[in-house]
Ligand binder design. Structure first.
Ligand SMILES: Cc1cc2nc3c(=O)[nH]c(=O)nc-3n(C[C@H](O)[C@H](O)[C@H](O)COP(=O)(O)O)c2cc1C
Length: 225
């Protein structure tokens, strides 16, 4: 058996807690979020503390940490307008997505400065990123302050999906062809690696004994290729 390092998480320093969660919770999908301020200026920034959180209706959750002197532009715009668009980041868009994480002044649009092409959304005023393979138009459902620090979870209801034709057959999204980019710990990104195809298991096909057999073969390494 390997040795483990133990970290007691009670009273953990915030900077170390951050390093631990971003290193342990991997790979993370990236929400490349567009928002608009009250004057119509469009903002874009990436967020990887993000996932879907409900399906009825479909909802996404993204955790945006405040800065020492106030809200990030994305958070402020979401609260002001109640709208945002989650553009899925793929490998082809990685450089632009990464560049949009820079701290631009609130009155400077990342999309204009970086030349990110926008197209109109259908149900919200916030435009979507033209070269992103999937865009999800969202309306803010609720914002939830988490813990005692600067984290706030913004939960949005997806009110419209836009998916490239070639990725969608009307029912399933081809997430392999999508070629998403993910965030790892430190300054690292990753693309998809090996794909494992395992059909969903609802009931053990061979009764309870079958489950034990699976555990035993895993423990003894028999299942390893
Ligand atoms: C890949 C990536 C993921 C990020 N994820 C988050 C995140 O989940 N939450 C967060 O608060 N900041 C995150 N950031 C940092 C924001 O993108 C950054 O603070 C940005 O300047 C915010 O822009 P805004 O002020 O225009 O909203 C991430 C940065 C990168 C490059």
């Amino acid at each position: 058996m390997k040795n483990f390092k133990f970290v007691d998480a009670s009273g953990l320093d915030t900077a170390l807690a951050y390093k631990l969660v971003v290193g342990c919770v991997v790979p993370r999908p990236i929400a490349w979020i567009t928002t608009m301020n009250a004057k119509g200026l469009v903002n874009a920034a990436p967020f990887s503390s993000y996932n879907y959180v409900a399906t009825d209706p479909p909802m996404l959750g993204v955790n945006i940490a405040s800065k020492a002197h106030g809200l990030k532009d994305t958070a402020r715009n979401i609260l002001e307008t109640g709208e945002f668009v989650v553009n899925v980041a793929d490998v082809d868009n990685m450089e632009l997505m990464h560049a949009s994480a820079a701290e631009f002044d609130a009155d400077v649009s990342e999309t204009s400065s970086l030349g990110i092409e926008l197209i109109p959304s259908l149900k919200v005023k916030v435009p979507r990123i033209a070269h992103s393979p999937i865009q999800m138009e969202c309306r803010l459902d609720q914002s939830v302050k988490l813990g005692v620090g600067r984290n706030v979870l913004y939960i949005g209801e997806i009110v419209a999906f836009h998916i490239w034709d070639e990725l969608f057959d009307g029912e399933r999204v081809d997430s392999i062809k999508l070629n998403p980019v993910a965030r790892l710990g430190g300054p690292n990104y990753s693309a998809l690696g090996q794909i494992f195809n395992k059909p969903m298991i609802q009931k053990p096909p061979g009764g309870e004994g079958w489950v034990n057999q699976v555990f035993e073969s895993t423990l003894s390494g028999k299942d390893k290729k």
